[in-house]
Unconditional design. Structure first.
Length: 199
């Protein structure tokens, strides 16, 4: 089992990934420690407040000193589909704090977000390999991390890794951000801001 430290990156060493592994986040990470079987390869991250994700967690009220376990839970399957190609999928359940667009009150709402990503080794990237795994198009990243480049629609589910380490931070952040409602409502029939009339 691999556990994260506070504010550490969510790293998966490729050499420790078997054909079928499991990644636990938040509440499930606690339970995984007591239910792990000897033939299982699991990665456990009770705290996901890495440098990449922390600013977003602060925006949605999930970065307080208290444990995140009441507000976030995930069990993700991690499969090695080919040499140096890994697929991760599952659901992340979390309770972000949002502001109602009508009454402007803060509230929490449970959201189930579908998490899906394909991780390919940057050095082994090829057009044929991406199509073999159902990816129609992929823009390979530039060699210089500071260089800007355009993304295609298929890039949103493809992530690259290097130095034999997969980092989940970007995938988790994308999943959480894209699952938030465009117009959050504390309840469907929220009347909005109530203005008291002068008697």
């Amino acid at each position: 089992m691999t556990s994260s430290q506070s504010l550490g990156r969510l790293a998966l060493p490729v050499r420790r990934i078997h054909r079928d592994s499991t990644v636990f986040l938040g509440k499930s990470a606690q339970e995984a420690q007591s239910t792990q079987k000897s033939d299982q390869t699991i990665f456990s991250f009770e705290n996901i407040a890495s440098p990449w994700i922390l600013p977003f967690l602060e925006e949605i009220g999930l970065a307080s000193p208290e444990p995140l376990t009441p507000y976030l839970d995930a069990k993700l399957s991690l499969t090695e589909e080919d040499s140096l190609v890994f697929r991760i999928r599952g659901d992340i359940v979390f309770c972000p704090e949002m502001e109602c667009v009508r009454c402007l009150e803060r509230y929490r709402q449970e959201i189930r977000a579908s998490c899906h990503g394909i991780f390919m080794c940057e050095k082994s990237f090829s057009q044929g390999k991406q199509q073999q795994h159902g990816v129609k198009g992929y823009t390979p990243p530039p060699s210089d991390d500071t260089e800007e480049y355009a993304l295609s629609a298929d890039d949103l589910e493809v992530y690259y890794y290097r130095n034999q380490t997969i980092y989940l931070d970007e995938l988790i952040l994308d999943t959480l951000q894209l699952s938030l409602p465009d117009f959050p409502l504390c309840k469907e029939d929220c009347p909005g801001i109530l203005i008291e009339k002068d008697s």
